[in-house]
Design a protein. Sequence first.
Length: 307
Amino acid sequence: MNYTLHQLQIFLKITRLKSITKASEALFLSQPAVSIQLKKFQDQFSIPLTEVVGRQLYVTDFGWEIAEAAEKILNEVQAINYKTMSFKGQVAGRLKISIVSTGKYVMPYFLSDFINKNKGVDLVMDVTNKGSVVNSLEKNEVDFALVSVIPNQLNLERIELMENKLFLVGGTNLKLNKNASAKKLFETFPLIYREDGSATRNAMETYIASHNISTRKKMQLTSNEALKQAVVAGLGLSIMPLIGIKNELKNNDLQIIPFKDLPIVSNWNLVWQKSKNLSPVAMAYLEFLKFEKDRIIKESFDWYEDY
């Protein structure tokens, strides 16, 4: 056997994406270069690693076994690199974070300076729904999670990062009667919701129920971006996090509709299991937040206080 680490990386990426084209894009390599390295790697085995049926690439059972071994080898190599950097006094290792979808407008600002300062830190950040975020915490798959509503079923530590404000918003192309009653407003325009389980949806439903608001019709969309575009297009109104609509407000695509007891205000929290043994990288990140959180909020979210 005379395979290289580069070939292992390429083969592992192919197995994950099940496509040479997608693997080449993810690795920033040309498709012919990836194909050549896959052939060189395959030539070292007498059993096929992949097969093409129709135009679809499939990984064989033997291929999956080799992929699993390749991942272990690459992880060990990475661990050696981290240990080398640590002995040099550098912060090095993986930082794994799972965040709810709206958190993508928040978390990068609290990470960029830390990652740029510590070149030996590799960030793995999963942007997903609340259920998956909680599940990753329960299974100890991540160091931290970013949520606006803390799950009660887990014993967690937390750091409050910043406020999360939710407003009633509509497209600027809607003809709104500012003197219309709440009843008339929601009889005229449908209400657009996120999917079940979303923290934004839960807050929205709690607000509507507590204010006895009846709606003419409701729609459900499964992503912030889809919902935002639907509201911009005039399909209806929604209660949305301010953090995700900065550009649309600035460009006059969306308008905030003043409404009783709004905004709904909660907090973005970085959370982790109390019983978790934090890695040196995770501990260094908490120390970074302790001293830099307020500065980041002031520099990156000064516009937030205007609403």
